[in-house]
Write a protein that binds this ligand. Structure first.
Ligand SMILES: NC(=O)C1=CN([C@@H]2O[C@H](COP(=O)(O)OP(=O)(O)OC[C@H]3O[C@@H](n4cnc5c(N)ncnc54)[C@H](O)[C@@H]3O)[C@@H](O)[C@H]2O)C=CC1
Ligand SMILES: O=C(O)C(=O)Cc1ccc(O)cc1
Length: 365
């Protein structure tokens, strides 16, 4: 029997889930997005098997519904869902970055007999839209589920048996735990990144070169400020309390830094950075860390040892690789080696090193 999955919202995350689920046997992926161009892309790029212009038309025949929409839009769809004809055993899930308000709404759905299990793949990027979708986006990342208390095991098992095709590590947490943890490692850093960019924007023009100097560190720290503002508006609106708590912690941390700047000894200051370095260096890189791949595509000739030659060059330059794969092994002379790196600046260094030392062409998709 064919399992039918409806994905509503086919941007970076919805599109990537749809692509990953293409590997699931006997599964038909139907997609909807409010944006017509996105719908067209999703169909022509085979991200979905079928596209609809009104999700309600197919709601009664699908087994799983996945929301890949910004979190406020998800709340609105969940409200509409209450009036849709649905299969008895339908499982509804989402991919949103916040969970408390969504799971509150899920409680209302439960009263109507609709199963909703919250979901959040902890992988992504500052890029958005269907054209940025990738089948392997969630590989090795945590995928948090936030079931309501007392959720039936069989429903969890059904959802997990589908999500295994994302190759993510599925874990269950409460919505409250979820919103606290993501505020610390994702939502608040986002506010800080945006505020650093605002601070640069507020420079009064006395030093016109400043923006041109915003390279390396500044770009790394503020990369996420280039994300879709609608997404982050909604996340902020739904996780205000945790964000305010984080901000208060940050303000007292900044007071500590101010005191260090005014009166700290050289040893105190070094110690501040040393402790941060130690903690930062111990963070896990792929398993469970926020995972954004900075992929570099390398056209490599097909001879034995070519991959170790490339990785050896990067090791020489002390550039860490987080993932390595071959996307397309062409029959003729070249293959495409995809190297994932930890940051934009690592990717730039890797590209320069490979072009100069191995003379292979590199691309960024
Ligand atoms: N961007 C990221 O790295 C991550 C995002 N998320 C969550 O995943 C969800 C989707 O985010 P992205 O894919 O990054 O955003 P995106 O901007 O790439 O895609 C969102 C898609 O939803 C569509 N859309 C917006 N409102 C809609 C509505 N009312 N009905 C139907 N379609 C609608 C848009 O046209 C767009 O195609 C969000 O809830 C976000 O919090 C989760 C993990 C990572
Ligand atoms: O680009 C990055 O590093 C991210 O932080 C991506 C991201 C954005 C939102 C999420 O809920 C989870 C991950």
């Amino acid at each position: 029997m064919t399992r039918k999955v409806l994905v509503i919202g086919l941007g970076l995350i919805g599109g990537s889930i749809a692509l990953a689920l293409q590997k699931a046997p006997n599964t038909k992926i139907i997609g909807y997005d409010m944006d017509e161009t996105t719908r067209e892309h999703a169909k022509t790029l085979n991200i979905v098997h079928d596209i609809v212009t009104n999700p309600q038309d197919v709601a009664a025949e699908v087994d799983i519904i996945i929301f890949g929409t910004p979190v406020n839009a998800t709340l609105e769809w969940m409200e509409q869902l209450k009036t849709w004809p649905l299969k008895n055993k339908v499982i509804v899930t989402d991919t949103g970055s916040t969970k408390k308000m969504i799971m509150q709404k899920a409680g209302e759905l439960r009263e109507l007999g609709i199963t909703f299990i919250g979901g959040h793949p902890m992988a992504g990027s500052h890029k958005s839209g269907v054209l940025a979708a990738k089948a392997h986006l969630f590989e090795n990342a945590y995928y948090m589920l936030t079931p309501l208390a007392g959720e039936e095991i069989i429903n969890m098992a059904q959802l997990e048996s589908l999500l295994k095709f994302t190759h993510a590590k599925v874990v269950s947490v409460s919505a409250r735990e979820h919103d606290h943890m993501t505020a610390v490692v994702s939502h608040f850093p986002h506010v800080i990144a945006a505020s650093l960019v605002h601070q640069l924007g507020g420079e009064n023009g006395e030093y016109p070169m400043t923006r041109s100097l915003a390279a390396g560190g500044f770009r790394d720290v503020t990369r996420i400020a280039s994300s879709n503002p609608i997404l982050w508006r909604d996340i902020t609106l739904q996780n205000r309390d945790e964000l305010v708590a984080q901000l208060e912690g940050w303000q007292s941390e900044m007071n500590r830094v101010k005191e260090l700047l005014l009166n700290g000894s050289s040893a105190d200051i070094e110690n501040y950075f040393a402790i941060a370095k130690e903690l930062r260096d111990e963070l896990p890189i792929s398993a469970g860390a926020m995972f954004t791949s900075f992929d570099l595509y390398v056209d490599v000739p097909d001879y034995p040892g070519v991959i170790s030659e490339v990785t050896g060059l990067l090791a020489d330059e002390k550039i860490s690789i987080t993932n390595l794969r071959i996307v397309e092994s062409r029959e003729d002379v070249f293959g495409i080696l995809v190297i994932s790196l930890q940051s934009e600046s690592d990717r730039e260094r890797a590209a320069a090193c490979i072009q100069q030392r191995a003379k292979f062409e590199t691309y960024i998709s």
